[in-house]
Design a protein around this ligand. Structure first.
Ligand code: NAD
Length: 489
């Protein structure tokens, strides 16, 4: 049975989780976690300072050797049990995600399925960590190659997918035998806290996962990154912060995984199924109220079909119902805070000043919370400000093109390279685009790419490494090679 909102919030631990204990933080005051649909405080939680962060690293470091010796099967079974518990409590997790982040409940339920799948996937991957043994080319010796956990890792996650961004890191770390300090975003930390409580119930030993919540991310994280006991940092967030963390990581030559910002192009060709493209556009743009790294950021549409596409897309955007995520009938929530809403207004004003036209929305919605109307901007000029920035909200700018070459040039004209989307019914063109679009992932006639079984990640300034898929666990493993003289000689 799902808990009431009040009981659910009361069930979320509000402390730091260090060495298997829930403790208070030594930072200034407590952190008020807000409901972005009302601006009201949901819960207050502990605030960690540097001393707490280093205590969390000490717990992770002291547990590392023992945890690496726990059998892969046992590590996998802890993940599997957690997966089952999250599935049983799916409605509670979905409600909590919706309350702290603002997305509609139906989408939050989708995130629970998606995010939980990383726990199941990596429970199955834990027992497939393998090595090899064979002769060297000269025949004079044997080469033994094994994989070992990289060691204590530090995970920093963003606010937009409170469950999935945590499980995508915690799942492979546990499977690989790594201990971890997790620092969720201060805007949406509650889901991670509930997840860790669930891991504890599933039998995760003390010290394997440690959680710190803090209002002073930079100051609290820096000593952990500078500490020689740390061996790995895994970050999901903006490119600007990722670059700073890479700089800090260079000092101790840390292993790094970086899932950074995006500026996804969404291409529709003259031979596309336009209705399918519009449905794909809604998914790629409006998932998470446009606040996803995978969000379609630039709609690059063939001139001959652009009028029809813009009109059908605008009609669907206009039909979305704004509201609190947990309210009946809501199909679009608020953006995360007032700063994000002001940024939407700035981008619309810049685009119209640069020649774009508003065909849907274009302004903030009246009333409480941080709502901005779903917006479509047509006839946006190449080079416009909005095409260069990660929008991270419900605005869809449309640029028109005439040739495939022009479309690909426009699509690749960005320092980002996370995901691209292309709609065409011409198979050869589709495959050509998959090769010419400079992104880590492409949705071919699909507005959604995320899947726990697929390697998620970007090229260029969108990041380093992959999460999920067969590749995901490698980010938490080191290769060890042992040379052995020919035992038959
Ligand atoms: P952000 O970079 O502002 O913050 C991300 C996390 O880093 C938060 O936990 C924050 O507290 C922490 N942080 C900020 N400055 C820090 C510092 N100096 N040292 C240590 N930690 C610091 O990003 P956000 O606003 O939370 O999330 C939105 C961004 O995340 C977007 O750019 C989006 O594209 C990106 N994102 C990427 C992916 C991906 O998989 N590529 C997925 C989701 C979000």
């Amino acid at each position: 049975m799902a808990l009431s909102e009040k009981d659910l919030l009361a069930s979320v631990p509000t402390g730091l989780y260090i060495g298997g204990k829930w403790v208070e933080g030594h930072g200034e005051g407590r952190i008020a976690v807000e409901d972005p649909a009302t601006g009201k405080t949901l819960v207050e939680i502990a605030n960690a300072n540097e001393q707490d962060a280093l205590a969390a690293l000490t717990a992770a470091d002291e547990t590392q050797a023992a945890w690496a010796r726990v059998s892969p099967r046992e590590r996998g079974e802890i993940l599997r049990r957690t997966f089952e518990l999250v599935r049983e409590r799916a409605e509670d997790f979905a409600t909590l995600i919706s309350l702290e982040m603002g997305k509609p409940l139906a989408e939050a339920r989708g995130e629970v399925v998606y995010g939980n799948e990383f726990l199941r996937w990596f429970s199955e991957e834990a027992v497939r960590i393998s090595g090899r043994y064979g002769s060297n080319p000269e025949g004079t010796g044997r080469m033994l190659i094994t994989q070992r956990p990289v060691g204590p890792a530090f995970a920093i996650t963003p606010w937009n997918f409170p469950l999935a961004m945590a499980t995508r890191k915690i799942g492979p770390a546990i499977a690989a035998g790594c201990t971890m300090v997790v620092k969720p975003a201060e805007l949406t930390p509650l889901t991670t806290l509930l997840l860790v409580k669930t891991l504890e119930e599933a039998g995760l030993p003390a010290g394997v996962i440690n959680v710190i919540t803090t209002s002073t991310s930079a100051a609290t994280s820096a000593p952990v990154i500078a500490d020689p006991r740390l061996r790995k940092i895994t970050f999901t967030g903006s490119t600007a912060v990722g670059v700073k963390l890479l700089e800090q990581s260079a000092k101790n030559v840390l292993r790094t995984s970086m899932e950074l910002g995006g500026n996804a192009p969404f291409l529709v060709f003259e031979d596309a199924d336009i209705d399918a493209a519009v449905n794909g556009a809604m998914l790629a743009k409006m998932r998470n109220i446009g606040q996803a790294c995978t969000a379609a950021n630039r709609f690059i549409i063939h001139d001959s079909i652009a009028d029809e596409f813009a009109q059908k897309f605008a009609a669907k955007m206009d039909a979305l119902q704004l509201g609190r995520g947990v309210a009946e009938g809501t199909t679009c929530g608020p953006v995360i805070n007032e700063k994000a809403r002001a940024n939407m207004q700035r981008l619309v004003s810049a685009t119209t000043a640069e020649g774009g036209e508003i065909v849907a929305g274009g302004e903030a919605a009246a009333g409480d919370g941080y709502f901005f109307k779903p917006t479509v901007l047509d006839h946006v000029k190449p080079g416009s400000t909005i095409l260069k920035e990660e929008i991270f909200g419900p605005i869809a700018p449309i640029v028109r093109f005439k040739t495939e070459e022009e479309a690909v040039r426009l699509a690749n004209d960005t320092e980002y390279g996370l995901v691209s989307y292309a709609f065409t019914q011409d198979l050869k063109r589709g495959l050509r685009l998959a090769e010419t679009l400079d992104t880590g992932m492409t949705g071919l006639n699909s507005g959604l790419v995320s899947n726990a079984a697929a390697p998620f990640g970007g090229v260029k300034q969108s990041g380093l490494g992959r999460e999920g898929g067969l590749e995901g666990i490698n980010e938490y493993l080191e290769t060890k090679y042992v040379m052995i003289p020919d035992p038959l000689a």
